[in-house]
Design a protein around this ligand. Structure first.
Ligand code: AMP
Length: 193
């Protein structure tokens, strides 16, 4: 099971990814969580990333590529994973395709053949803003939220077309009760592993 969870901030991808990863016993890899841990630990990476995160901007691609490459090489990632919050740009998606092929994922001589699926959770903007404001994370103030949504529409939303064109997209309505979304995801994604 190799899954990418996409969707705007506040769509519930972290929550759903966590539930399904526990169910399927595969790691939930959140680049936002990794970055936040680096910020708390004040590592060189964390110090570099903090200003971008606080402003609602994307952290530069190269830093994310290094993080993901290192994480994918850890033993627990060999049997599958759910990636939450990566890729977020077309450059990251292209890099990731190459990485999957390099690590010898079954049948992945071209991105098209990878056993990869990209889940998009669709939620309207007004619902997202309300959800994010009630979450209370450090980067969840109204100005940053608006910027994160704008960055999502500009830089991340094009990935929906990228994965759709390769018939790897699974689109789910995320504006529903959490349990219903989980059930639909389980149904749409199970059946192969
Ligand atoms: P998240 O927890 O996924 O909402 O991520 C929180 C913040 O971390 C984002 O607003 C970005 O600043 C940064 N971030 C996380 N993942 C990425 C990524 N794939 N590319 C660039 N920045 C990222």
């Amino acid at each position: 099971m190799q899954l990418i969870f996409m969707g705007p901030p506040g769509a519930g991808k972290g929550t759903q990814a966590q539930i399904l990863a526990a169910l399927w016993k595969i790691p939930h890899i959140s680049t936002g969580d990794i970055l936040r841990a680096c910020v708390v630990a004040k590592t060189a990476l964390g110090l570099q990333a903090k200003a971008y995160m606080d402003a609602g901007e994307l952290v530069p691609d190269q830093l994310l590529m290094d993080i993901v490459q290192e994480r994918m090489n850890q033993p627990d990632a060999s049997a599958g994973w759910i990636l939450d919050g990566f890729p977020r740009t077309v450059a990251q998606a292209a890099f990731f395709d190459k990485l999957l092929c390099d690590v010898g994922v079954e049948g992945s001589t071209s991105g098209k053949d990878c056993d990869l699926r990209a889940v998009n959770l669709d939620v309207p903007d007004n619902v997202l803003v309300t959800r994010l404001l009630s979450r209370g994370r450090q980067d969840d103030n109204e100005e940053t939220i608006r910027r994160r949504l704008q960055v999502y529409r500009e830089q991340t939303e094009p990935l929906i077309e990228f994965y759709s064109a390769r018939e790897q997209l699974v689109a789910v309505d995320g504006d529903r009760d959490m349990g219903l979304v989980t059930a639909e995801l389980q149904q749409a994604l199970s059946g192969d592993s």
